[in-house]
Design a protein around this ligand. Structure first.
Ligand SMILES: C=CC1=C(C)c2cc3[nH]c(cc4nc(cc5[nH]c(cc1n2)c(C)c5CCC(=O)O)C(CCC(=O)O)=C4C)c(C)c3C=C
Ligand SMILES: [Fe+2]
Ligand SMILES: [Fe+2]
Length: 329
């Protein structure tokens, strides 16, 4: 077999190995100890994390994971595997040669190290890292960068590396989102809801200190609204999945849905452009929890628009990103 010209590392956040309190505790202990995610002073944060959060949260969150778990495991992992297989197939068709693609998770399994070793065993000397986060944030994309550097520390020699920082305004990404929304509209003709674009939040403090995430979300939202020909009043950008007590990016998705319903908005369609794959935060928080808030506050229809997952136009976008960032390899 010829040596592959390069390999691709697709990276997402990570998910527990099982929907049990023990597995969730292990996952959260690694995830929430990362300074890129929670930047609180270490000794104090260790006491809060191990003394309070990891005693209470895993039980509740494991129940939420149980409600979305599938026969193939956690949705984030199952969809990640499908994305990986589809990308392998598309790249082979485009290159006329097998290009190794490994799926890695910043936290939990398969680890960045494990994926790196598999690429090395496939004879790869050049790696393109493709974080599955369209919008850059220190808490996600930069955490991958740190994790990779840590994973490579014991290596006597390094692969050549390229790292995709973001693709929040890539025309292929915007068009794939727009196609997904149009498809949703044709599946539900009749009353068209206000389009809510709900992004995973981050602490406002991170944005104030230069994290471009808010700006990237704004740009994605504006471009998506433009591609769909939506007037200002027909869409909104909101932020979900708050954690802890400090202020996060606003407006908050849950509060907005309650307010909209009280103001007489009866129908909403909700999409979450920051998630390349459906996961706990979309399938439970958006599809179930937030629906209840909206309907209880007087809303009539609430429809969640699934993520791009392994749709062909999404995989084509990932292949385009690979092509653009491996020029000269
Ligand atoms: C504690 C701070 C958190 C920050 C900052 C944060 C940013 C962030 N996260 C994602 C994507 C995902 N997050 C997911 C789950 C999740 N996120 C946090 C906390 C922060 N996220 C927690 C504690 C959890 C676990 C669930 C819980 O305990 O509530 C997931 C889903 C994983 C799954 O298994 O399905 C994703 C994906 C982004 C994009 C982001 C900032 C831009
Ligand atoms: Fe998160
Ligand atoms: Fe959540």
């Amino acid at each position: 077999m010829p040596t592959p010209p390069f390999g691709v590392m697709l990276v997402n956040l990570g998910t527990p190995d099982a929907p049990t309190p023990q597995a969730v505790r292990r996952y959260l202990a690694q995830f929430l100890w990362d300074k890129r995610v929670v930047d609180a002073p270490r000794p104090l944060w260790w006491l809060i994390l191990h003394g309070i959060i990891l005693r209470i949260r895993p039980g509740r969150v494991a129940k939420a994971y149980q409600s979305v778990w599938t026969e193939e495991g956690s949705p984030l992992m199952a969809i990640g595997r499908r994305q990986q297989q589809a990308l392998i197939q598309t790249l082979a068709e485009r290159h006329g040669q097998a290009i190794p693609v490994e799926l890695a998770m910043t936290y939990g399994n398969p680890s960045l190290k494990e994926a790196g070793l598999k690429l090395r065993d496939a004879g790869v000397e050049r790696i393109l890292v493709l974080p599955l986060y369209p919008q850059f944030s220190r808490s996600t994309t930069a955490a991958i960068f740190d994790g990779l550097a840590r994973a490579l520390k014991p290596c006597p020699h390094l692969p050549e590396l390229r790292f995709i920082r973001d693709y929040h305004d890539h025309p292929g990404y915007i068009e794939a989102l727009a196609a997904r929304v149009r498809e949703h509209w044709s599946a539900h003709p009749g009353e068209r809801g206000k389009l809510i674009m709900s992004y995973h939040g981050i602490p406002k403090r991170y944005a104030d200190r230069g994290d471009p995430y808010f700006r990237h979300c704004e740009e994605t939202s504006r471009k998506l609204a433009q591609a769909l020909g939506l007037d200002e009043g027909a869409w909104m950008m909101t932020f979900q999945s708050r954690f802890g007590r400090e202020e996060w990016l606003k407006p908050y998705t849950d509060e907005t849905l309650k307010t909209l319903a009280k103001e007489g908005v009866e129908h909403v369609d909700i999409i979450s452009p920051a998630f390349a794959a459906d996961c706990l935060e979309t399938l439970e928080e958006l599809q179930v929890e937030n629906r209840d808030y909206f309907l209880e506050a007087g809303g009539k229809t609430y429809r969640y628009i699934s993520a791009l997952n392994d749709r062909p136009d999404h995989i084509a976008l990932l292949a385009d990103l690979v092509e653009q960032h491996t020029k000269g390899w």
